[in-house]
Design a protein around this ligand. Structure first.
Ligand SMILES: [Zn+2]
Length: 311
């Protein structure tokens, strides 16, 4: 009967060969200098370990080399999450504040999320304080005039109103949502197609040091481009999670969200505090980090975008 030691060595060698193509792709792609230096260090370490086989368990070494950016990752945590490094997901929950029970359940989700409160909800001081205390970011969900007959609620911005009236509605709404660090539109498929009406509103948002998220309720929305032209920090929604409340449809949209994050490294998704959405998000958030997705607030997304532009 062969001794255990040579058997271990043979199996270790097989694993090394199988892992080499993955390792080579990870070590040699174009990357910033700091990453290349870290990879060079990893290579030297690998060389030293190959010169002294058996010094450490081969699996442990290779896992450490493959996932150097994963804090708390141990050899027992296999399989290696893909891709590395993590992808960012900015999850925005609109229409917050009206349904108190589901809004509170949303606040209990692990964050940081970005929670968009309607200015005509009750006890917004208390609700937004709880949201911030739970680690979420708070923004104003500003009602804007839609195409068609849907009611955006009281004091919505309308293309037919004067600039002064729309500005005073925006200011009152901002005052109603304490701690808001940004604004996105509730409905607004008509208002966001009107650059002339949007201009003063977006300028006011920028002058207050806030950002604007275009919910993109119309494919012809000009809000994002107008904000950028005015120098207002702006972002655009990529995926709606729950246009339908059917759990299968939400699962499909969550897959689309993940696909975009995998493709581009980041995604902005909007959902609502409804039963099926909350259930889906509770399940998704429970495993997201482990699978390489990191939730960030919209302000974090702005910071990352700016850093990327500087590089
Ligand atoms: Zn809304």
């Amino acid at each position: 009967m062969p001794s255990p030691r040579p058997r271990t060595k043979r199996s270790g060698a097989r694993r090394s060969r199988a892992l080499w193509p993955r390792l080579r792709r990870r070590l040699f792609p174009a990357a910033p200098l700091s990453k290349r230096l870290r990879r060079l260090g990893s290579l030297l370490l690998l060389g030293a370990l190959l010169a002294y086989p058996g010094a450490l368990a081969a699996d442990a070494v290779l896992v450490a080399l493959l996932v150097p950016e994963e804090p708390g990752y141990t050899p027992a945590s296999l399989p290696v999450p893909r891709p590395v490094p993590q992808m960012t997901v900015a999850l925005v929950i609109d229409d917050m504040g009206l349904d108190r029970r589901r809004s509170a359940r949303t606040v209990r989700l692990p964050g940081p999320l970005t929670l968009a409160y309607l200015p005509y909800a009750q006890d917004l001081a208390g609700q937004t304080r709880a949201a911030r205390a739970a680690g979420h970011e708070v923004i104003l969900h500003m009602p804007m005039e839609p195409l068609g007959a849907h009611d955006p609620g009281p004091s919505a911005l309308r293309a037919t109103l004067s600039e002064e009236e729309n500005l005073s509605r925006l200011r009152a709404a901002l005052a109603a949502v304490p701690g808001a660090v940004g604004v996105n539109n509730h409905m607004g498929s008509r208002f966001t197609e009107n650059a002339a009406a949007l201009g003063p509103i977006l300028a006011e948002i920028g002058a207050r040091g806030l950002y604007f998220l275009d919910s993109r309720t119309s494919p012809r929305s000009l809000a994002y481009t107008t904000a950028r032209e005015l120098g207002v920090p702006a972002l655009g929604r990529d995926v709606f999670l729950d246009d339908s409340n059917d759990p299968d449809a939400i699962t499909t949209q969550i897959a689309a969200m993940e696909a975009r994050a995998r493709r581009t490294g980041s995604v902005i998704a909007i959902g609502h505090p409804r039963e099926a959405t909350l259930e889906a998000l509770e399940a998704w958030l429970a495993t997201a980090e482990r699978r390489g997705f990191r939730t960030i607030p919209l302000s974090g997304r702005l910071l990352l975008s700016r850093a990327a532009q500087r590089q």
